[in-house]
Design a protein around this ligand. Structure first.
Ligand SMILES: [Zn+2]
Length: 346
C-alpha cells in the first residue's frame, strides 16, 4: 500500500461554477454514483446489503493507485451494474444531470459499449440506452449532450471494426465521435487503424487517448495515421519540441483532465502539469473531469484548480470553453455558433 497522500481537486469557486461550461472528455464508466450502484446491485441481486463506505472505496481513488491500470480497476468495479437498458439509461442520465448541475451546457460523454454488451444486451442496445439517458437529460436541463463511442485497446481489432459500424448507425441520434481508450502501456493503437478509418470516413470525429501512460510516438501515430483532431490527455507531448510545434500548427486539441493525471501517476505532482505550457504554446485545450466519480471532481473543480495553481483567470477559462466548442464533434454549424455565443457571453 502506498503512503502517497490522496490528491483532490478544490471545491469549485462560485464564479467558475456559475459559468456556462463544456465537458468533452468524461467517461460514463467513471460517472456511476455510488448510491446508484448500490440500488442497482440490490435490484439485480449482486449484493444483498452493500455498504456505502465499501462501495465508495471500491469505486473512488484512495491515494493508493500507482498507475493507469490501478485507476482503471476502480472504474471497472462499476461495470457490474451496466446490466440492461434501464440501468444504463439511468447511469447515463445521472452522468448528464451531474454535469448540468455543475454548469455544463455542452457535454460529449464517452462510453465503451462492448464491455457492457452480452447476448441479451447487444452493443447497439447499449448505445441506444446511453442515448436515451442523454436525451432525457436534454429534456430536463438546458444542455446539449452527445456521445463518443470508445473502442478499447485490449479488444480484438475485429470487434472494434464492428463497433465502428454500429456507432455510425447512431450518427443521427447523437453519436458524434469515436475514441480509443484503455491500457495504453499494454496495447498499441496500430491494430485498430481500420476501425478508425471506417469511423472517420463515415463522418465521426476522432479522438484517441495517447501520451498518458505511453510516449510521444503514440500521440504522433494518433494524429498522423488515425487522423485524430483531438487527443485524450497527450501530456507527454511536452517531451518533444517537434510534437508541440505540430500540435500547435495543426491546432490539435488536447483534452486535459489534470486531477486524473495525478491519480494515474501521469504527472507526479499537480505543480508539474504542463497545462500552462500547452496553453502558452497556442495548442488548443479543453478541461474535462475524465472520471468525475472515480476522481471525485467536476469540470468546475478542475477549472478552479487551474485558477489556484496556474493563475488562470476568467478570461482564459472562457477561452478554454471556446476552444472546446470549436473542436467539438457536432457538425451542426448553427448549433455550434449558438453554443459559442453562450460560452463567450460577458
Ligand atoms: Zn479518459
Amino acid at each position: 500500500m502506498s503512503t502517497k497522500q490522496l490528491f483532490l481537486a478544490p471545491t469549485a469557486a462560485p464564479t467558475i461554477a456559475n459559468l456556462p461550461k463544456c465537458n468533452i472528455h468524461t467517461h460514463l464508466e467513471g460517472s456511476v454514483r455510488p448510491s446508484t450502484f448500490m440500488e442497482l446491485a440490490v435490484e439485480h441481486g449482486i449484493e444483498r446489503k452493500p455498504s456505502l463506505d465499501v462501495v465508495s472505496r471500491a469505486m473512488q481513488v484512495t491515494g493508493a493507485e500507482e498507475s493507469l491500470v490501478d485507476y482503471l480497476d476502480k472504474i471497472s468495479y462499476g461495470y457490474q451494474v451496466f446490466l440492461d437498458k434501464k440501468s444504463v439509461q439511468r447511469i447515463a442520465y445521472e452522468a448528464a444531470e451531474d454535469a448540468a448541475l455543475d454548469g455544463v451546457i455542452y457535454l460529449e460523454l464517452r462510453a465503451g459499449p462492448v464491455t457492457h454488451s452480452h447476448t441479451d444486451f447487444p452493443v447497439g442496445q447499449v448505445i441506444e440506452s446511453i442515448l436515451l439517458g442523454l436525451h432525457q437529460a436534454e429534456d430536463k436541463y438546458n444542455m446539449v449532450c452527445r456521445l463518443i463511442v470508445s473502442a478499447l485497446r485490449n479488444h480484438d481489432p475485429k470487434e472494434n471494426i464492428k463497433l465502428a459500424h454500429t456507432a455510425i448507425e447512431f450518427k443521427h441520434d447523437g453519436v458524434v465521435g469515436f475514441d480509443l481508450a484503455g491500457d495504453e502501456a499494454g496495447y498499441l493503437a496500430q491494430p485498430h487503424a481500420e476501425a478508425f478509418s471506417i469511423a472517420r470516413s463515415n463522418g465521426l470525429g476522432i479522438t484517441v487517448h495517447a501520451g498518458e501512460a505511453g510516449g510521444t510516438d503514440n500521440i504522433l501515430y494518433a494524429v498522423e495515421k488515425l487522423k485524430a483532431t483531438r487527443i485524450g490527455h497527450g501530456i507527454r507531448a511536452i517531451e518533444s519540441r517537434d510534437l508541440v510545434n505540430l500540435l500547435s500548427q495543426r491546432q490539435i486539441l488536447l483534452e486535459l483532465c489534470p486531477t486524473s493525471n495525478v491519480h494515474t501517476n501521469t504527472v507526479d505532482n499537480i505543480k508539474n502539469h504542463p497545462v500552462s505550457k500547452f496553453y502558452n504554446e497556442g495548442i488548443p485545450i479543453s478541461i474535462g473531469d475524465d472520471d468525475p466519480i472515480t476522481s471525485r471532481t467536476s469540470v468546475s473543480s478542475e477549472l478552479t484548480l487551474l485558477q489556484n495553481n496556474f493563475g488562470f483567470g476568467i478570461k482564459k477559462i472562457k477561452a478554454i470553453q471556446q476552444m472546446s466548442i470549436e473542436s467539438a464533434f457536432i457538425t451542426d454549424q448553427t448549433l455550434k455558433s449558438k453554443l459559442l455565443q453562450i460560452v463567450s457571453a460577458p
